[in-house]
Design a protein around this ligand. Sequence first.
Ligand SMILES: NC(=O)c1ccc[n+]([C@@H]2O[C@H](COP(=O)([O-])OP(=O)(O)OC[C@H]3O[C@@H](n4cnc5c(N)ncnc54)[C@H](O)[C@@H]3O)[C@@H](O)[C@H]2O)c1
Length: 244
Amino acid sequence: MKRVVINGSKGRMGQTLLACAQQIPGLQVAAAVDLGDDLRSVLEGADVVIDFTFHAVTAEVAALCAERGKALVIGTTGHSEGEKQEIRRHGSTIPMVWASNYSTGVNTLFWLTQKAAEILGPGFDLEVVEMHHRLKKDAPSGTATTLLEILGKVRQVQLDEVLRHGRKGITGERTNSEIGIHALRGGDVVGDHTVIFAANGERVELTHKASSRETFANGALRAAQWVTGRSPGIYDMQDVLGLR
Ligand SMILES: NC(=O)c1ccc[n+]([C@@H]2O[C@H](COP(=O)([O-])OP(=O)(O)OC[C@H]3O[C@@H](n4cnc5c(N)ncnc54)[C@H](O)[C@@H]3O)[C@@H](O)[C@H]2O)c1
């Protein structure tokens, strides 16, 4: 039996994780923790922590898990470069899965995006569009950022030099090298992502739409079972799904 702590248990994802965990044999929720609770005190009775909280919280959670030798699944997004570095440090002590998106469909979208970028080549203009509910706190989404990283890697470019966050005013013509990113917010949209490859005479669009948080929750719970007992290191959902 794998014993899991849900950190951020009162949030949208936390609530979904608690509901989904009940359906998974071999998994037991050891504790549900949110703002104001003491994570440290419940770690003793757990094998793995799942963190869906806020970007400023994760590094401290990772440090606690490293101190107590517990595995970690990171769902939280929006970390700064400094926070990412802090979190990465603990990858040499404990096993962690760190993914911007835990849905199988989105991880397929990641794979397809890489293939399409490789096949279509530099003649296609690249734009990424994402939409989320009005309460989301970070932009662009972690998933959109992963899509941009995939595109940047295939194009062999430094993302900070080529990204165009929206457009306004007299922007001039689009350059060949730029990659557009557009974050829409509204209503209760769980998460939509589209990668557009546009050339003269044709356009390819790869789209994923999540209609339920259960897809992320079930993926994160699967990751929690997978990562418990692994060697220290930083894994992602492609590892969990065996897509590497
Ligand atoms: N990786 C994925 O697949 C995926 C999917 C959905 C959301 N997310 C990310 O997960 C995070 C949470 O999303 P959400 O929609 O559930 O947000 P939310 O705001 O509904 O929930 C966050 C919860 O974290 C709690 N929290 C804040 N600080 C805390 C602390 N110090 N200790 C414990 N709990 C604390 C809040 O009280 C809240 O209950 C966001 O970063 C979001 O982008 C990732």
